[in-house]
Design a protein around this ligand. Structure first.
Ligand code: ZN
Ligand code: ZN
Ligand code: ZN
Ligand code: ZN
Ligand code: ZN
Length: 328
């Protein structure tokens, strides 16, 4: 790596550019004041939008909190939002013992909704769904990524080497459409890190939450999308591509339709998609996305979306089911 990950990032976690930046006191991320909507450097400890407690929004538990001494931070495995364990206890969240054992397993969830979503995703992993003649849709994730050791799902039928082969095929499909993108700070290649769900202390470079969706035609990987699901609030899609020989057959449509169906079933409220300049008309005219306004971007400031140059962010609201699917 070009730089040690112990140092703070030297580019803004929102726009990806350098300049005058404020440093988060909890993680190595840095930000432009203007990108955060702040007009001055905050006093005392300052935690970035990703790191601050989503109950009290402060660096430390508040006065009225039941247990002010407990400033331990819990991070939800599914939505990646962070919480003081003291604040969670104060609002009657998971009981301390239950919470501790979950925290030790590194699989704490902020809500039943997030926990259920995580289990539903695990149940979908590696199981092809037939959506048309000779065409299957499959959710994949690098099984070496950090939260894979979770034992709540049933992975006995999961074929590890097959999974790796399919992820490599997916990467090949993406490289046909996107140029490799080397991060100036870490020296890492972005697309590969996303496909293989690479972890990092830098929020901007942490791709632990990414899943891959592949469409296979007669067993060959034809279309690919990479996706990260931030709980019920939003799912982020980056790098959608179809292998050249399979283009103009409506495969991307099949992949996206099934993905939308699955997200609705999981109870996800909206879809954010990164588009290139040349694809924007297709996404807006044929797939129901709209270019994201500045106001809409602000609604998602707690979520670290992937930032890369020349990408246009689009939004699509989904109709939530009255009862989301429950994992069994
Ligand atoms: Zn910025
Ligand atoms: Zn931070
Ligand atoms: Zn708090
Ligand atoms: Zn959560
Ligand atoms: Zn508190």
């Amino acid at each position: 790596e070009a730089n040690s990950e112990a140092n703070n990032d030297n580019v803004c976690g929102i726009c990806g550019f350098g300049g005058d930046i404020v440093l988060c006191d909890r993680c190595p991320s840095s930000f432009h004041l203007s990108c955060l909507g702040l007009d001055r450097v905050p006093d005392g400890d300052w935690f970035c939008p990703t790191c601050c407690c989503k109950i009290c929004y402060g660096p430390k538990c508040k006065q009225e909190c039941a247990d002010q001494t407990d400033n331990n931070i819990l991070a939800c495995v599914q939505c990646e939002q962070k919480f003081h364990s003291g604040c969670v206890k104060a609002i009657g969240g998971f009981g301390p013992t239950e919470m501790e054992s979950n925290a030790n397993k590194k699989t704490w969830f902020c809500s039943v909704v997030c926990g259920n979503m995580f289990l539903c995703l695990k149940k979908l992993l590696g199981k092809p769904i037939t959506i048309a003649d000779n065409i299957t849709w499959t959710l994949l994730k690098n099984n070496a990524s950090s939260d894979y050791d979770y034992d709540g799902g049933n992975f006995t039928s999961y074929d590890f080497s097959l999974n790796k082969r399919k992820l490599n095929a997916a990467l090949g499909v993406l490289y046909e459409s996107f140029n490799p993108s080397i991060d100036a700070f870490s020296g890492r290649e972005l697309i590969k890190d996303v496909v293989f769900s690479r972890d990092s202390k830098h929020n901007r470079l942490n791709f632990r939450g990414f899943y891959n969706v592949i469409l296979e035609k007669k067993g060959a990987v034809a279309s690919v999308a990479t996706i990260r699901i931030y709980g019920p609030k939003v799912a982020e899609i980056v790098f959608v591509a179809t292998k050249e020989q399979y283009r103009k057959q409506g495969l991307c449509r099949l992949l996206m339709d099934e993905l939308e169906k699955q997200l609705i079933r999981l109870g996800v409220g909206s879809f954010v998609l990164h588009s290139s300049e040349h694809a924007i008309n297709t996404w807006t005219k044929s797939f129901g996305f709209n270019r994201m306004s500045g106001k809409e971007k602000c609604q998602f400031i707690d979520n670290t979306f992937l930032e890369f140059q020349n990408s246009i962010m689009c939004l699509k609201r989904l109709n939530r089911p009255i009862w989301p699917y429950i994992a069994r």
